[in-house]
Design a protein around this ligand. Structure first.
Ligand code: 5AD
Ligand code: SF4
Length: 479
């Protein structure tokens, strides 16, 4: 089978930040009518790996596929379109994708008309794309994070031609509005406010795969929030690789604090946001979070390391002291604040002393939750070129030690809930026990309790009876 390349990813272009302002356009589907006929009665299957940005992208893809008549399926064998939405942030995420495609490729042999597509962050890396093409000649569509709005036309082209299609442009900066969306959930929603990242932390592939920071227009965001409020959504989460940089690329004069405040005034019961970069976090943002009851007092504030030298090599733009003083300001101004973080252990040449600095920072900040990672070299990033003298065994040991330190405070924090009554937004049956419901407190603690499934999507009061490291056990309080 021949390959048609519309655009091929390019890391040099992906690094370019010379485009000054973000441009805007509206989604359009050229072959909408033709696809209505083709998709009728057919099914699609999507599997998404990685972060919330990918989950939100999946919702857009689902909305687009459903707009022409495809119906969602959990069974790849019965699908006419299969999409694997990938993550590139660490090697283990990539390995899972190789495994899944290995299992799915047989379906293309059985069904010549099947569209087998790979999208997301992995295919934005030219070398990974080469590997995928060699290993999986069965895959007949590759598209990037900037081509999601073109999905229907790309599927049309693959169905009507006997070639493999690659459409992955390392673009400078565009925001496309008015895409369809089929949300995963009818009481909790993700709302994108800014795409891409300009921080270029030296270990991270995201600025290459997701491109330049591009903010959505303030009014477009507010229209979406207003619509969600009208549909009785109980919780929204503002999304961005770095939400605190919102507005810097626009001339509208609005920042992230304005987004939070305007949304809070609309009265959605719970407003969350992720992810925050300490460098862009202003006092004004802290004050707005403190001021409104419906902005959840939860801040995910990745620190990555507690060592000044490692932070410098990571290109994080703050040192330990600056980070700790930001935390101090947040804790002082936002009573009941719940702080979470991301930490990487085993950055190239990290010494035992530098690692101990991370442990001591963790002990000082007392995070209520944390995501921890072993450093994974990403080809094309500056850190991947640094020769590393730390063995994998040492990295694993440090990882376990770090988790132990974090858990001391996480457990202590969980214990403070016992005996109290908390508001819980009910998500559904507990994953571990079908007789229990589960949901999250305002501070984002997972709670299990007995209750009727009619409570799903509602905010209820739960008295906490027991605490575990990563969950709480309670009983419904009848009012
Ligand atoms: N190796 C390990 N962890 C990484 N992260 C990003 N890039 C890497 C990498 N190369 C982590 C960071 C980031 C989170 C989303 O993933 O901690 O905050
Ligand atoms: Fe990656 Fe750093 Fe951007 Fe986060 S802020 S996405 S870690 S480059």
């Amino acid at each position: 089978m021949k390959t048609k390349v519309v655009n091929y990813p390019d890391l040099i272009k992906a690094r370019d930040r010379s485009a000054s302002k973000t441009t805007f356009s509206h989604a359009k589907i050229a072959h909408f009518d033709q696809m209505l006929k083709i998709a009728k009665g057919k099914k699609y299957y999507i599997h998404t790996y990685g972060c919330q940005a990918n989950v939100r992208d999946e919702e857009t893809m689902r909305g687009m596929l459903e707009s022409v008549g495809y119906v969602q399926s959990d069974i790849p064998d019965e699908a006419s379109v299969i999409i694997i939405n990938t993550c590139a942030v660490r090697e283990n995420a990539e390995d899972k994708v190789y495994g899944e495609i290995g299992n799915l490729k047989r379906l293309r042999k059985q069904n010549k008309n099947l569209v087998l597509a790979i999208c997301g962050c992995m295919v934005e890396q030219p070398e990974i794309l080469e590997i995928l093409q060699k290993r999986f000649p069965e895959v007949n569509l590759y598209f990037g994070t900037h081509e999601i709005d073109q999905l229907i036309d790309l599927v049309y082209e693959v169905i009507n031609n006997d070639f493999r299609l690659i459409s992955i442009e390392s673009k400078k900066g565009e925001v496309i509005e008015n895409n369809s969306v089929s949300r995963n959930n009818n009481y909790k929603a993700y709302v994108n406010i800014i795409y891409g990242c300009d921080k270029f932390c030296t270990y991270c592939i995201v600025p290459y795969t997701r491109g330049k920071e591009r903010s959505r227009k303030f009014n477009d965001i507010m229209d979406e929030v207003r619509e969600l409020k009208k549909q009785n959504y109980q919780e929204i989460t503002f999304l961005g690789q770095n939400v605190n940089a919102y507005g810097k690329d626009l001339d509208e004069g609005h920042d992230f604090a304005d987004v939070l405040e305007e949304a809070a005034k609309m009265g959605i019961p719970r407003i969350r946001f992720t992810t925050s970069h300490p460098w862009d976090f202003s006092s004004k943002m802290i004050e707005v979070i403190a001021k409104y009851d419906n902005i959840m007092k939860c801040i995910h504030l990745p620190v990555q390391s507690g060592s000044d030298e490692v932070l410098r090599l990571m290109g994080r733009r703050y040192n330990r002291e600056k980070y700790l003083s930001l935390v101090k300001e947040m804790r002082e101004k936002i009573p009941g604040l719940s702080l979470s973080t991301d930490i990487i252990v085993g950055f190239p040449n990290e010494t035992e002393e530098q690692f101990n600095d991370t442990l001591s920072l963790v002990d000082i900040v007392k995070y209520e939750s944390a995501f921890t990672f072993i450093y994974s070299p990403r080809r094309g990033t500056p850190a991947a070129k640094i020769p590393d003298n730390v063995s994998y065994a040492d990295k694993s040991r440090r990882f376990k030690e770090l988790v132990k330190h974090l858990e001391v405070n996480i457990e202590k924090d969980a214990l403070t809930y016992v005996g109290g009554v908390y508001k819980v937004l009910v998500d559904g049956e507990s994953k571990t026990d079908k007789n229990m419901l589960s949901g999250y407190t305002e501070s984002n603690k997972l709670v299990h309790f007995k209750g009727d499934s009619s409570l799903v999507g509602k905010i209820v009061k739960v008295k906490i009876n027991e605490s575990h490291t990563y969950s709480l056990l309670g009983e419904l309080v009848n009012e």
